[in-house]
Design a protein around this ligand. Structure first.
Ligand code: SDX
Length: 467
């Protein structure tokens, strides 16, 4: 009876003699044993490491990759990125062509259903989205509970989670019709919740959706409509916003999409899974970077201050927000497209002096080996905020604007995950570094640092509303 090792050796010999080179031959120097790991799509399966043991009762090897920097978490056909070449494609179509010839709603359809829609398909999709933009009136009461200065991303996060309570049938995630309706409702209602959060901050009454307007025009109307009977935004602004929505629609397994897939893998409803994506996007290292870029440009204040600022970045006292990317080690193609649209926005709005600082900052950084040697180039967030500000959108709304189109990408990835037979509940392992097998100690017998954990007792810094 061949031992396991003899079988392994035979497999290795067979593979080699069969000329099958799509394998990794590893030798465990602790035991001298050799293993043949199949290579598939440029990866080896994590579970293939578990057979590598030092003894029968050994758990076996795992891989350690804290931020998944070199780990493929899934198979996906939604978005392709080549970080070195600066390529971004959705279902095989280049981001450049989509920005030039498509619309956000058509790209949302492409992401979710895999093909560009025919005329009738796009008409039905547009009709369905347009006629689901209202939110339940109880959600308005819900928003009334927020402080006047609540951050709009916090309100959006809560609002999207709250949507799950209005559509309990969305829990039937295996029902294709329920999945379609959840996709329509999320894409249609997130802009309404986004605009409501802005109106709440401003103390304005809510402006309801206007079905005569297209997706981007309607969002701007819900944001800026005042007493006029109908608010029709300038065509240059709604078109520029639609391009920005296309640019932000999906970006393969980024932090927030990973959150949506991770939370969604528990079979929770899609509203709750997307709320997790909103929470992840809120972070300044991810979607919150566009707001952080504007604050950074304001702190720099003048092109004359750029050299000193860049020195502080090199001394690690600052981060150059809007620069760097986990995947792009070249210019983010989206940043290039955004720059092409800046001038048309500035023709329709007040010129934004921050753009001079941004352009000089980019020029100096890209002339500096500290940044180019680390492959730090402008990403999608570096210029987007300047355009939003020119549209009179406040900085605390920039990440909310990012979340609107990214909802289509999150939904597409959530659907793809549930259609993938390899999907299981996400449950990583760990390297345990803590204590073991300690006996309980009565409180009077405990000694240890006298320091009380936690900050000193604080008095509330800001007067509560109505104080
Ligand atoms: C988005 O993943 C996506 O696709 C995200 C996104 C999407 O569409 O979903 O594209 C949207 O999130 C864009 C990124 C927005 N974030 C920012 O602009 C924040 C600033 N950027 C960084 O924090 C950083 O570049 C990240 C978070 C974007 C990427 O970080 P990584 O891949 O973990 O890189 P790293 O931290 O390992 O940095 C490598 C080196 C380090 O230097 P050394 O320690 O090797 O000397 O580069 C340095 C870092 O210190 N570095 C920076 C920097 N980013 C990286 N130094 C100064 N300023 C920066 N912005």
């Amino acid at each position: 009876m061949a031992t396991e090792q003899q079988t392994q050796d035979t497999n290795a010999a067979d593979a080699a003699s069969a000329g099958n080179t799509e394998t990794l031959t590893v030798t465990d120097n602790r035991t001298g044993k050799t293993y043949e790991l199949p290579i598939e799509d440029g990866t080896v399966k994590g579970m293939d490491l578990r057979q590598i043991k030092v003894s029968e009762d050994d758990f076996g090897l795992m891989s350690y990759d804290p931020a998944f920097t070199n780990t493929a978490s899934c198979r996906s056909s939604v978005t392709y990125i080549d970080g070195e070449a600066g390529i971004l494609e959705h279902r095989g179509y280049s981001i450049e062509q989509l920005c030039e010839r498509s619309t956000f709603l058509e790209v949302a359809y492409l992401l979710i259903f895999g093909e560009l829609p025919t005329g009738p398909q796009l008409d039905r999709w547009t009709f369905d989205i347009t006629h689901h933009t209202y939110v339940h009136e109880d959600l308005k009461q819900f928003f009334e509970g927020f402080r006047y200065d609540a951050h709009p991303m916090g309100m959006l996060l809560a609002g999207v989670g709250a949507l799950s309570t209005f559509y309990p049938d969305a829990k039937q995630i295996d029902d294709p019709e329920e999945r379609y309706m959840s996709a329509v409702r999320l894409i249609a209602k997130v802009p309404t919740l986004a605009a409501f959060s802005y109106r709440h901050n401003m103390g304005f009454p809510y402006a309801y959706p206007d079905n005569d307007l297209n997706f981007s025009e309607n969002f701007l109307s819900m944001m800026f409509k005042k007493t006029e009977a109908k608010h029709v935004p300038k065509a240059a602004l709604s078109r520029a916003l639609d391009v920005l929505f296309i640019l932000h629609a999906d970006h393969e397994q980024n932090c927030s999409t990973n959150a949506v897939r991770g939370v969604g893998s528990s079979d929770v409803d899609p509203y709750s899974a997307v709320a997790a994506g909103v929470a992840a996007l809120y972070g300044p290292l991810h979607g919150g970077a566009n707001e952080a870029v504007l604050k950074m440009l304001r702190r720099i204040e003048s092109p004359d201050n750029i050299p000193a600022f860049l020195e502080r970045v090199k001394e690690r006292g600052e981060k150059l927000m809007g620069f760097g990317h986990r995947v792009y080690k070249n210019y983010d193609p989206r940043a290039r497209i955004i720059q092409q649209h800046m001038d048309e926005v500035f023709e329709a709005t007040e010129y934004n002096p921050l753009v001079e600082i941004a352009r000089e900052l980019e020029k100096r950084a890209l002339d500096d080996d500290y940044f180019t040697s680390r492959k730090l180039y402008p990403n999608v967030d570096f210029y987007s905020g300047i355009i939003y500000e020119a549209m009179e959108i406040p900085a605390n709304m920039f990440t909310v604007i990012f979340a609107i189109p990214r909802t289509a990408g999150w939904v597409a990835q959530w659907m793809e995950m549930h259609e993938d037979p390899a999907t299981k509940i996400a449950r990583p392992r760990q390297i345990y570094t803590g204590a073991r097998e300690r006996d309980y100690v009565a409180i009077d017998d405990r000694d240890g640092p006298e320091k009380i954990v936690g900050p000193p007792a604080r008095r509330p810094k800001r007067p509560r509303r109505g104080a």
